[in-house]
Design a protein around this ligand. Structure first.
Ligand code: DCP
Ligand code: CA
Ligand code: CA
Length: 697
């Protein structure tokens, strides 16, 4: 651990018994009485998803059903999640969460909404300013009314550890980080008070130097309390802290650590040498884990107020399982109606449009939370039937019976999910589309619009996203949605660092399902969709547009970049648009130009005409290009020529030396063509056109 690791001041704020608080605000007369929120179906009083602290005091837990809660606590109030279209309607909870986020944002800190009821805050800049402005050395106890300090409390006179901590500060027995955390705690006290004043909701918080520590600190003292976890207390604290409670270690990674390495606490991981961790996982993950176990987490808090995906899913268990095309179609319509409505509202409020629709399906007999996921490009239309038909086409494709026109399907669907993601700013829609399929760096430039949820969801089970879920299952599906993503990830790896300066990769904010099986069915092509699994057209923008797509693999040397499915794949126009009669021009316009050209050429070829005025012929290579492409293509020729000339020069020649260049040019122009080609070929081995330009003074 170094001073570098203690530079930031990060908090996680989590609402106390959130759904109950939302209900209590609607029913103020019930405040202070024991209460729960139960899932909307009534069997045994419904499954409990939120319990207030009054009910907890009487032994009611989330694991119970409503009836059991009443047995334990007869006067316990049971609120029911509202219902719409036969499924849970979480609008009021979502809206409540947004109110809280707005209050936090008013403090000038970086706010990353992490789930329906929590947010990470990076307050480093504000604290640094407070510290530089402040002349005070002593801090008043009253500024920290609800704050606990891990490692500083005792069982008698200073349970919270606040006295001991402040005394150490006043005696100069502390470092810069201790001061920063203390000011951070004061600021969070103020934020929580403001949240209460403006929304009526109580919350708890964890304050430390990074997201992992802030999150686990938050859970230590609840409700309406906040906990500071100073770096110096981490080592001791980790000797007993269970690793499965730690962010990012709740899933597969944690399972391997528990089962193969027999680790139960964070301190157990510390005992494993870095090399061993690297061998078991991979070098990057091993190193990440090595430091993570020591309380080091570099993931940045990125400004995100909007949900990353908008979706919903529903379980159809037992007799409710969907065993016909009609039933599947009906429920797809219902789900798409909800998604469509929420997307429209989102477009209006946030000025953005979703570009990808992901369908999740679980078939009967499958013990996994899902059987497959498929993603489909989404055009600007949020029309529910448009989306529902596209989803149905996907299922038809996956299930050959549909193709044969049968109405009964041989496999039965037990869970359906529809989720829209890949939001782009509406105004700059088309021009910015490709940045959402590209590097972390470019995604970061659009931070404010980058939504929350799935980044977390990849590695966590306990954070919620804004996807509403059918909640009736015994095992709560609200969390299961996240587990879907967790399980989906094939390899066990460190989470991608959330930093603007991290290595450029094609993975930022990609839901894992999309990594693995990004299909590219044009949404207008519903009836004959021909889903392309593992397609690569978005990935192809990483390549030189004049590079044949098949060479994509060689073009992307970084293993992490290969995570984006499709970089290894080639594909044909037919795979992209199986029915050339039904190419949706809006969808086509989202593709890179060279792909648009290939599709348009195929359409023209089918018609037997080549006279489309979209095309121009390059006078150098006589190939046809789109008008928009030709300038860039000409640059390619220019670059090739320059490279030929350059490679014809003796390797020691200096470009700065004009006379030498001229000599070389003369020589090269006299060179027989065969030799020129050879020279160009030789030079290609060591230099690319890009590197040539890069090396120019
Ligand atoms: N939720 C859900 N299903 C779950 C867990 C939670 O629908 N399995 C919903 C209801 C919760 C909200 O998400 O109110 C937030 O979840 P938390 O885990 O943060 O739990 P609470 O806020 O209810 O309680 P706590 O005070 O422990 O944070
Ligand atoms: Ca909560
Ligand atoms: Ca929570």
């Amino acid at each position: 651990m170094s001073a570098e690791d203690e530079k930031r001041v990060v908090a996680l704020i989590d609402m106390d018994c959130f759904y109950v608080q939302v209900e209590e605000r609607e029913n103020p007369g019930n405040k202070g009485k024991p209460a729960c929120v139960v899932q909307y179906k009534k069997w045994k009083g419904g499954g409990i998803i939120s319990v207030n602290y009054e009910a907890r005091a009487q032994g009611v837990t989330k694991q119970m059903r409503g009836d059991e809660a009443r047995e334990k606590c007869p006067d316990c109030i049971l609120y029911r999640v509202p219902e719409q279209r036969g499924k849970a309607d979480l609008t009021r909870y979502r809206d409540g969460g947004k109110e809280v986020i707005d209050v936090m944002c008013s403090f000038g800190v970086v706010v990353e909404r992490a789930s329906i009821d929590e947010a990470y805050i990076d307050m480093t800049a504000v604290i640094d300013k407070m510290l530089s402005d402040s002349t005070a050395t002593a801090i008043d106890l009253e500024e920290l009314p609800n704050t606990y300090f891990v490692g500083w409390g005792n069982d008698t006179d200073d349970v919270k550890g606040v006295h001991g901590w402040l005394q150490a500060l006043s005696e100069g027995n502390c470092n810069d980080n201790d001061w920063k955390l203390t000011y951070g705690a004061i600021l969070v006290e103020k934020m929580r008070a403001a949240v209460y004043e403006k929304t009526g909701f109580r919350c708890s918080a964890g304050i430390s130097n990074n997201k992992m520590l802030a999150k686990l600190a938050c859970g230590i003292n609840k409700p309406n309390k906040q906990t500071v976890l100073p770096f110096r207390s981490v080592e001791e604290f980790f000797t007993t802290f269970p690793l499965k409670k730690v962010r990012n270690l709740g899933g597969k990674l944690g399972l391997v650590l528990r089962e193969e390495f027999h680790c139960t606490t964070m301190a157990d991981i510390v005992k494993i040498p870095e090399r061993v961790l690297q061998e078991r996982f991979d070098s990057k993950t091993g190193t990440w884990l090595y430091w993570y176990a020591r309380g080091v987490d570099h993931e940045s808090v990125s400004s995100r107020r909007l949900p990353k995906s908008i979706g919903c899913n529903k379980n159809f268990t037992g007799l409710a399982a969907l065993d016909s095309r009609e039933k599947i179609s009906h429920w797809l319509e219902e789900l798409c109606a909800e998604v469509s409505e929420r997307l429209e509202k989102d477009r209006e409020t946030n000025n953005r449009t979703a570009k990808l629709l992901t369908l999740t399906v679980r078939l009967e007999g499958d013990i996994r939370p899902y059987s497959y996921t498929r993603s489909i490009p989404l055009t600007s239309s949020y029309e529910k039937m448009h989306m529902a038909n596209a989803c149905l086409a996907v299922i038809s494709k996956e299930n050959p019976c549909f193709k044969q026109g049968n109405t009964r399907v041989p496999v039965v669907v037990t869970c359906l999910g529809v989720s829209a993601s890949k939001f782009v700013d509406q105004l700059e829609n088309n021009s910015r589309i490709d940045r959402f399929f590209v590097t972390k760096n470019s995604a970061e430039t659009n931070k404010e619009k980058e939504p929350y949820a799935e980044q977390e969801a990849l590695h966590e089970n306990d954070d919620l996203n804004e996807n509403s879920t059918d909640q009736e299952d015994e095992e709560n599906e609200f969390v299961e949605t996240e587990r879907i993503l967790d399980i989906e990830e094939e390899s066990i790896t460190a989470p991608e660092p959330n930093t603007a300066d991290s290595a450029s990769e094609c993975t930022e904010a990609e839901p894992v399902s999309v990594h693995r099986e990004m299909s590219s069915m044009p949404i207008s092509n519903q009836d004959n969709c021909g889903i392309v699994k593992k397609t690569g057209f978005f990935a192809s923008r990483c390549l030189d547009k004049n590079t044949p797509i098949q060479s994509a693999k060689e073009s992307v040397p970084e293993p992490a970049a290969l995570k984006m499915v499709g970089l290894q794949e080639s594909f044909s126009v037919e795979e992209l648009f199986p029915d050339l009669n039904q190419v949706d021009m809006d969808t086509l316009a989202l593709l890179p130009l060279h792909l648009q050209r290939q599709v348009l050429q195929a359409i023209e070829a089918r018609k037997g005409s080549y006279g489309n005025d979209k095309f121009v012929v390059c006078d150098k290579c006589k190939q046809q290009f789109l008008r928009e492409e030709i300038e860039e293509h000409k640059d390619f020729h220019l670059a090739s020529e320059l490279q030929k000339e350059f490679s014809a020069q003796p390797s020691t020649s200096s470009l700065a030396n004009n006379s030498k260049v001229q000599t070389a040019e003369k020589k090269s122009s006299k060179r027989p063509l065969k030799n020129q080609k050879k020279a160009a070929k030789d030079s290609k081995r060591s230099r690319t056109i890009d590197s040539f330009f890069g090396s120019r003074p």
